[in-house]
Design a protein around this ligand. Structure first.
Ligand SMILES: Cc1cc2nc3c(=O)[nH]c(=O)nc-3n(C[C@H](O)[C@H](O)[C@H](O)COP(=O)(O)O)c2cc1C
Length: 350
């Protein structure tokens, strides 16, 4: 029934209007969204960043940009939700249309450019809606400050005591120059600024960096060295890609923006494997990019991911995709004779 409603949204509305309707729908208080939620499974429980996760599947940043529906998302089977990207000031983002469904590829291209209501309003909303599960906030700079680092600190200070982890978005392709934050000098400075703030706080919250998939081997090696040296808490691999569109089938394939969904899967797996080999399990990895069923989730864990996130699969496969993936993962683990999901991490990256 819920899947039918979603298919209807997707068939008859442009992607951004469909998303708006979905958010409105998930705000309904009188619908028992947890109807299809899979039961808690011992084999899926995992501790990462010192936090106990019920299962490894989280909702990626971008779906609940303004922190409106995160509590409903736990009912759908996600063990954690990342809201945002949030910037200090509200901003409109790029001109519409700016989100494109690629039905033939089970993919999306978006060039949203961080439209959001700004940190004050979003902070108030989180304050008024106590979280019912693990909540992360993904933060980024306003467009005009893309190469500065002050906006990250502003947002971090605002949310630090309200959420379970902070994700530092340096990888959206839709904010010009943002990806320059990957440069060694810049990221070293950014880590330093954020770690100084963290060490001034009573409680240590994980600060994890969300990276681009468009990194070469040399960049991956150099970033890994810095991450190990600075002992960062974790990384999210990956954001959307700006390459690889030439192989797509859909008529929308030449739209400008970041590509997500099925075609990103292999690419993000390669990046995860490369980082995992360098980091040797010392820094946890959240794998994201094209996860859409148990098999693709399991593959990412085998490449080295401790946790997973998804967004695009929910658009194409409906709101219960996380529950379905969890059920399939339980079967895959059983088939391989593994007691817990953590036993599979990195087995294909040795
Ligand atoms: C419409 C859309 C908006 C997104 N917005 C954000 C965002 O604001 N911040 C962010 O870090 N990632 C954003 N992402 C990227 C996702 O969080 C994720 O990294 C990417 O889509 C790959 O995962 P997927 O293939 O499961 O969608 C967005 C993705 C989509 C499709």
């Amino acid at each position: 029934m819920l899947n039918n409603i979603f298919n209807y949204f997707a068939r008859f509305f442009d992607p951004e209007s469909a998303h708006k309707l979905a958010i409105k729908f998930f705000k309904q208080k009188n619908i028992p969204f947890n109807f299809f939620k899979c039961k808690k499974e011992q084999s899926l429980k995992i501790k990462v960043f010192g936090i106990n996760f019920e299962n490894p599947i989280g909702l990626a940043a971008g779906f609940d940009k303004n922190a409106e529906v995160y509590n409903t998302m736990y009912s759908l089977g996600f063990s954690f939700v990342e809201v945002g990207t949030v910037t200090p000031k509200s901003q409109n983002g790029n001109a519409k249309p700016r989100v494109f469904r690629l039905n033939d590829d089970e993919a999306i291209i978006n060039r949203l450019g961080f439209p959001n209501e700004g940190m004050e309003k979003i902070y108030e909303r989180i304050n008024e809606n106590p979280k019912l599960g693990i909540l992360g906030v993904n933060i980024g700079p306003n467009k005009e400050n893309a190469t500065d680092q002050i906006d990250y600190l502003k947002c971090m200070k605002k949310f630090y005591n309200r959420v379970d982890y902070i994700a530092i978005n340096i990888s959206s392709p839709n904010t010009p120059n943002l990806r320059k934050q990957h440069e060694i000098k810049k990221i070293t400075d950014l880590i330093k600024i954020l770690q100084i703030y963290k060490s001034s706080q009573q409680i240590a919250k994980p600060i994890i960096f969300k990276l681009s998939p468009n990194l070469n081997n040399n960049e991956i090696d150099r970033l890994s060295d810095i991450f190990l040296e600075k002992k960062i808490d974790g990384i999210i691999l990956t954001n959307t890609t700006i390459t690889g569109k030439e192989h797509l089938l859909d008529k929308n394939k030449n739209e400008e923006g970041g590509l997500s969904g099925k075609p990103l899967s292999l690419h993000s797996n390669i990046v995860i494997q490369s980082f995992y080999k360098n980091l040797r399990g010392k820094i946890p990895i959240v794998g994201v990019g094209g996860v859409h069923d148990g098999k693709t989730a399991y593959e990412k864990i085998k490449c080295g991911a401790n946790l997973l996130q998804l967004y695009t699969a929910m658009v194409f496969r409906g709101p219960y995709v996380a529950s379905k993936i969890n059920r399939e993962l339980v079967c895959l683990l059983k088939k391989d004779g593994l007691k817990n999901i953590s036993d599979a991490i990195g087995v294909n990256a040795k």
